[in-house]
Design a protein around this ligand. Structure first.
Ligand SMILES: [Zn+2]
Length: 531
């Protein structure tokens, strides 16, 4: 049976830009648009030309891409002609391949928010679609609050969609703007719409307010819709939009969808999906969600020993899809709950060949257990585990030694008489016969120590230039006077790899120092720095 084409529409740059704390610059928008285009998204919605300077700039020139570059805006205002509405004129002049209009489709909103008649709203939809078609644009209509509108007055909600379709809109997109509709309702309503408007002209735009935006998108597809709108990592206002990073692999890897549909995302692009998701987080300066389906660090992580031994034999026993398909990797957590098989499997993943009965494996397992008993957490710190394992096999060179460090924090008043806190670190290291002293100021003591440590590693400096710290987490264990601090540091480098290291001490600076040292040494090993 030939597969049907299913289209993906990304609105990260428009609806996703509504996310609390997200502010895209023009450079961010260009970078994200390129990422989406390379991924194989069919429509990239860039924003709302005329609404703010960045979006206006973004649409001021042609942005050549394989995807259809789409501008978003409102249909003409009630009581005006299309040519006499400056907002609509700006939208029609935008350098875009397609225009996505948003229009009311809930009679309640037409009356209360728009303060106009139902007929005038329909006329506005028809006029706007016609004007955009006359400009040679492909046209989409987002029917705002469609599902609530349909429940209140089905004939009117449908009439809005029908008006756009009859006037030649390529797509009529049914929006669950409040995000409160449930999958069985979406399936029923979209099914009814598809009896009037062919499904290959119907799209779904779901919000995640009941944690079902992805499920709602699939419910719409099951009922006949052939366009899915969503965002990368589910960005979006309130609880977000449908997450394309979860939708894409499901479409590609789950039999029911893979056999029925073709999408613009190739297998090669799918294998870069985890990288795409993490690049967006990097751009937003956020830590990736470890538990994100398909692409999260924990998505293919297994803890218990008995599962681990089965996974090594036959990965499909505990994995619903192969992690490599989406650019992720299997991770077996080494922890005191797990046994020898986890340690062996992890050694195998790292690429350390060792006989399973080798005494060094037993020693390593004992060491992991002892260290975890005092607070180390190796299942969260893959790089520290790898160093421990490599050290037990004598595979970590002695690159350098820190002979001494000194960190101080000073609170004083500055020249303007304002209170300021200043941190400074001095580090003395020895690389071979060379002694190096570095001094750095930081926004806090750990930052100062990190900057001083990485300032001058002598002959190793060039190996760590791409190293950056991306996350720092502190946890106080067994509180009170016996408190121990655990620090986890996540680092990344120029290749996009990320790793986590751990340090434990009664002193937070010392715990941070251990984790920082592990991160640097791990990077040196990874880069193949000579001893
Ligand atoms: Zn929306």
């Amino acid at each position: 049976m030939p597969r049907e084409r299913l289209y993906l529409f990304d609105t990260t740059l428009r609806d996703g830009a509504q996310t609390n704390g997200v502010d895209f610059t023009l450079a961010d928008k260009l970078a994200i648009a390129r990422m989406l285009d390379e991924l194989g998204i069919d429509y990239v919605e860039g924003g709302y030309p005329g609404a703010n300077p960045i979006d206006t700039d973004f649409f001021a020139q042609k942005r050549p891409m394989r995807a259809k570059f789409t501008a978003f805006g409102m249909t003409r205002r009630p009581g005006r002609s299309a040519s006499n509405d400056p907002g609509l004129v700006a939208l029609l002049d935008a350098q875009a391949d397609a225009i996505c209009f948003v229009a009311k489709s809930w009679d309640y909103h037409v009356r209360v928010a728009l303060e106009t008649t139902e007929e005038e709203n329909l006329a506005s939809i028809r006029d706007s679609v016609r004007a955009a078609k006359a400009k040679g644009r492909e046209v989409l209509l987002d029917c705002e609050h469609f599902f609530d509108g349909y429940k209140a007055k089905p004939a009117y909600a449908l009439a809005c969609a029908q008006a756009a379709y009859d006037e030649g809109a390529r797509w009529v997109v049914l929006c669950d703007t409040n995000g409160g509709t449930l999958p069985h309702e979406v399936e029923r309503i979209v099914g009814e719409v598809c009896q009037k408007i062919p499904g290959d002209h119907v799209g779904i735009h779901a919000h995640n307010d009941t944690e079902q935006a992805v499920a709602n998108s699939f419910a719409a597809v099951r009922a006949g819709a052939r366009q899915i709108q969503g965002t990368l990592n589910g960005l979006g206002e309130r609880c977000g939009n449908a997450n394309l990073v979860s939708i894409i692999p499901t479409l590609k890897l789950k039999k029911e969808y893979a056999e029925a549909f073709d999408i613009g995302v190739s297998d090669e692009a799918l294998a870069r999906l985890a990288r795409v998701a993490h690049s967006l987080d990097e751009l937003l300066n956020r830590s990736p969600d470890r538990h994100a389906p398909y692409v999260g660090e924990s998505a293919f992580a297994t803890k218990a020993g008995i599962h681990a031994s089965a996974i090594v034999k036959e990965p499909a026993t505990y994995e619903h899809v192969a992690p490599e398909r989406v650019g992720n990797k299997r991770k077996l957590l080494v922890s005191d709950q797990a046994g020898r098989s986890n340690v062996l499997a992890e050694l195998d993943r790292i690429g350390l060949k060792i006989d399973r009965n080798d005494a060094r494996v037993t020693r390593l397992l004992d060491e992991v257990k002892e260290r975890e008993a005092i607070g180390y957490a190796y299942e969260a710190a893959d790089a520290s585990f790898e160093l421990l394992a490599r050290r037990s096999l004598g595979q970590v060179p002695h690159y350098f030694a820190v002979e001494k460090f000194d960190v101080n924090v000073e609170k004083r008043t500055n020249a303007k008489g304002e209170p300021v806190t200043v941190s400074q670190a001095v580090v003395k290291i020895k690389v071979g016969d060379e002694e190096l002293i570095s001094v750095a100021e930081g926004i806090g003591p750990v930052n100062a120590l990190d900057l001083a440590l990485r300032k001058d590693l002598g002959k190793y400096q060039s190996f760590i230039t791409g190293l950056t710290l991306t996350d720092y987490r502190v946890r106080i264990l067994n509180g009170g006077t016996q408190a121990v601090t655990r620090v986890l540091i996540e680092s990344s480098d120029e290749t996009g790899d990320r790793w986590t290291t751990v340090g434990v001490s009664a002193n937070i600076i010392d715990a941070s120092f251990q984790a920082l040292m592990d991160s640097i040494v791990y990077k040196l090993v990874k880069s193949g720095a000579p001893a």
